[in-house]
Design a protein around this ligand. Structure first.
Ligand code: PLP
Length: 325
């Protein structure tokens, strides 16, 4: 879906200061443009009766600093400090609900492959962004295919890192799917077993049991995946981490994607096989509702997943003051 960026009056955080949205530009010789040397996050802030709150902010910022560490990018801020900057950024942009994109990349410096001669630049941006697979996809489900592209083998591209370069593989999958009339693609891993979507993790329901592939070096450790597994356990839905053969997709009772952008997106067909009755199933809908109610402050949050944007917590305020001046 297309996005309305706040070009005129938005703010972006860059290396410790807030700059106007339109001034956040990079040089064409920046290392990341040539070699894919960036790491990033996708985080969501939800409107709620208690005010806007970010879902699993600490976990996202930790994955961000982990991704940077894997690529030997030194960030002069801790995950906690960057989280405080995210909260400040949302307030500056006066947003009640938004998508947040932390990004670190190798900038303008060396032109050779060695990334360590290029400086690390850090940006935080946020903007309003609706349902990634469309509002109708969230309610009725999406049509997907199994991609002819595979996920990389372990020890090729580190999948625990959310790195820009990984998304070249994801783009091939997504383009193939869209050009063939599907909303999304599911990739198999190097062993021919089900891995994940181009930008989502995948769950399968059969006989009231929830299955998802384990972290095998070929898929991103999704934070929404973790939310869904936690909620399922609390709802007494058995959760099994196991390798899933492709044909299991064709005989599943329910299938759904999880992701920060995609939230819990039901899949209504795969390779033109209707999933279950061709409509979102009860376990998918239950988990979708539980997660969205929690994110939107409509139910309790026993896991402390929500961070209010306008904090009254003195400790959070002091971190904010330290990093945003
Ligand atoms: C390849 C890939 N897998 C899975 C996910 C889901 O991860 P999360 O739930 O942390 O957003 C994403 C989205 O970030 C992704 O890009």
């Amino acid at each position: 879906m297309s996005v309305q960026f706040p070009e005129e009056d938005g703010w972006i955080w860059r290396n410790g200061e807030f700059i106007p949205w339109k001034d956040a530009q990079v040089h064409v010789m920046s290392h990341a443009l040539h070699y894919g040397s960036s790491v990033f996050e996708g985080v969501r802030c939800y409107r709620s009766p208690q005010g806007p709150a970010v879902l699993r902010l600490g976990d996202h910022m930790r994955r961000f600093t982990d991704s940077a560490r894997i690529y030997r990018m030194e960030l002069p801020y801790s995950a906690e400090e960057l989280g405080a900057c995210v909260l400040e950024l949302i307030q500056r942009n006066d947003l009640e609900e938004c998508y947040i994109r932390p990004l670190a990349f190798r900038g303008y410096g060396g032109v050779g492959l060695n990334p360590m001669t290029s400086p690390v630049e850090i940006y935080l941006a946020c903007w309003p962004w609706g349902a990634y697979l469309g509002a109708e996809g969230l309610s009725s489900g999406v049509d997907v295919c199994v991609s002819s592209w595979q996920r990389p083998a372990p020890n090729t591209f580190p999948m625990l890192a959310k790195a820009g370069g990984n998304y070249l593989n994801a783009q091939l999958m997504k383009m193939e799917a869209v050009l063939n009339g599907f909303a999304e693609a599911i990739a198999l891993n190097v062993r021919g077993m089900v891995s994940e979507g181009s930008g989502q993790n995948l769950f399968l329901v059969r006989d009231h049991v929830l299955y998802t592939p384990p972290l095998d070096g070929g898929l991103l450790p999704g934070i929404t995946r973790d939310c869904v597994m936690t909620l399922a356990k609390d709802l007494d839905i058995p959760v099994v981490l196991q390798e899933i053969p492709r044909e299991a997709l064709y005989i599943a009772d329910e299938l759904f994607f999880t992701g920060t952008a995609s939230e819990v997106s039901p899949i209504r067909s795969v390779d033109r096989f209707p999933v279950g009755g061709g409509e979102p199933g009860p376990i998918t809908l239950k988990l979708q509702k539980e997660l969205m109610d929690l994110a939107k402050g409509l139910r309790s949050d026993p896991y402390h997943w929500r961070t209010p944007v306008r904090s009254t917590d003195a400790e959070a305020e002091s971190v904010k003051a330290r990093v945003t001046g």
